[in-house]
Design a protein around this ligand. Structure first.
Ligand code: GRF
Length: 221
């Protein structure tokens, strides 16, 4: 956590996005400048022109685009983005609908400081279509996962999960509506818990993340 001189402690978030940014909007509306000293200090996207960037602009949050095409390879793109995150002095990097995997050169700069939101109960249905995959498989329950990011696809240690029933007449669209509503509650709470120091990353050789959820949330809904 960083401390701004003369002010209360600030917990600085960088949010990475690729698309509509509904989760970014919830972070802005419910956490930014309101809870646990949290400030969104930067929004970075791999894709230009996405709605998430407009949401950042409307909230006066600095943003930038890091398209893969502008760099020799993924590592050099990730290094450029890591440098921008370091200059923004982010305490935590939140992947909120960021659709590229991050390379080792990026992740080793932010150990246990990068979290991702996934629309399924991992380790079931990792990848880009967790909602559609759950429907096609015919599971009766799916859900939402927030986890630390490692080099794999949605494979890092799990911080928190919430289940959701799948109805017989659900389509990918109807299930997505309920998944997104659940995401919009779960992700801000996990960020609040991380900012308050209540999330303990796993020790070496373990995947067990400890979460102290004993205090009520300060988030106003
Ligand atoms: C969410 O469903 C998230 O789980 C997945 O991408 C989606 C992003 O939605 N990783 P939005 O851009 O926040 O609206």
């Amino acid at each position: 956590m960083s401390v701004r001189e003369g002010c209360s402690p600030v917990f600085r978030l960088a949010v990475l996005v690729s698309g509509s940014g509904s989760n970014l909007q919830v972070i802005i509306d419910r956490l930014h400048g309101k809870v646990a000293g949290i400030e969104v200090v930067a929004v970075f996207s791999n894709a230009p022109g996405v709605l998430a960037l407009e949401r950042a602009e409307r909230a006066d949050i600095p943003s930038a685009v890091f398209p893969l095409e502008d760099h020799d390879d993924r590592e050099s793109r990730d290094l450029a983005m890591a440098a921008a995150i370091e200059s923004a002095k982010a305490d935590l990097v939140v992947l909120a609908g960021y659709m590229h995997t991050l390379t080792r050169v990026f992740l080793e700069r932010f150990p246990h400081r990068v979290i991702n939101l996934h629309p399924a109960l991992l380790p079931s249905f990792p990848g880009t279509d967790g909602i559609g995959d759950a429907i096609r498989y015919g599971v009766k329950f799916t859900g939402v996962t927030v986890h630390f990011v490692d080099e794999g696809t949605d494979s890092g240690p799990i911080i928190r999960q919430e289940p959701l029933p799948v109805h017989d007449d659900d389509t990918a669209a109807s299930l997505a509506t309920r998944i997104h509503a659940l995401e919009h509650r779960l992700l801000p709470r996990v960020i609040e818990l991380v900012a308050l120091g209540r999330v303990t990353p796993p020790p070496q050789g373990s995947r067990l993340v400890r979460v102290d959820d004993s205090q009520p949330s300060q988030i106003q809904w």
